[in-house]
Design a protein around this ligand. Structure first.
Ligand code: FE2
Length: 251
């Protein structure tokens, strides 16, 4: 099996040519993914640092998502620390935040450049595959299984109406719930082709509206306290900066 940069580049090429376009059969894709999950893992996987190749490719295709991933990583490490997590648990959540939308490298330019606030059914189905695509990419790398779970489940909601599996509160890993809170906040407070950013005060009010049905109430309150104390994430970050354990560094 190939390893190293060549493997990373081939992985990107493979993902980019996936048929994630209009008319996709979501059920079939889910079944295919579940079959993939049960296959024995690769004997040799690429090191996590090689994921920077995919992150670079994602940034060239979709600069917003690359920066969004970086901001979310900052928020999740702050939130993890605030609720008392440290060591490997905090490191995994931070890496999960950095990688949570890496599956968007598989989205078509039609979806990425969409300016409508509502997506068509086909476009929505395509977007809803990105957690699966992300998990599929990460399985070829030496990423902790917990991090792959965070990426896979970061769009699940407390009331079971999320995707791709419709998990409910107790079934969703804590790391995925933390990423979801930060993901929502950053999406609200930044400009997108289809929406203007809202103020952080408005964004926190929206998080409270989503608390209980979509987001974990405990995490929402901790996140609100953190934003009031430390403000928004603006500091630019690089992928490699996240590769060293957070437990060994200050932020
Ligand atoms: Fe996402």
């Amino acid at each position: 099996m190939l390893t190293g940069p060549l493997h990373s580049i081939i992985s990107v090429a493979f993902i980019c040519r996936q048929p994630l376009t209009a008319g996709i059969n979501r059920e079939t894709t889910l079944n295919r993914f579940m079959r993939y999950q049960t296959q024995s893992p690769c004997e040799t996987t690429a090191p996590v640092s090689k994921l920077s190749t995919i992150a670079t490719a994602l940034g060239m295709k979709d600069p917003y998502t690359l920066e969004h991933n970086r901001r979310v990583a900052i928020y999740v490490r702050r939130l993890a620390k605030r609720i008392g997590l440290n060591g490997t648990a905090a490191d995994n959540i931070r890496l999960g935040g950095l990688l949570h939308d890496i599956g968007k490298i598989g989205l078509s330019t039609k979806v990425l450049n969409n300016t409508l606030d509502r997506l068509s059914g086909d476009m929505l189905a395509e977007v809803q595959l990105h957690p699966l695509t992300g998990a599929r990419i990460l399985k070829d790398f030496n990423v902790p299984p917990a991090v792959i779970d965070f990426v896979l489940y970061h769009h699940e909601k407390m009331d079971g109406t999320g995707y791709p599996f419709g998990l409910r509160s107790g079934q969703i890993p804590l790391g995925a719930k933390i990423i979801r809170v930060a993901d929502c906040f950053d999406a609200i407070t930044t400009d997108r082709p289809y929406q203007q950013r809202k103020s952080w005060i408005e964004a926190l009010a929206i998080l409270r509206q989503l608390s209980g049905t979509d987001l974990s109430p405990l995490l929402v309150e901790a996140f609100i306290a953190d934003i009031k104390e430390y403000g928004l994430a603006r500091r630019p970050t690089r992928f490699i900066a996240f590769y060293s354990p957070v437990s060994a560094r200050r932020f």
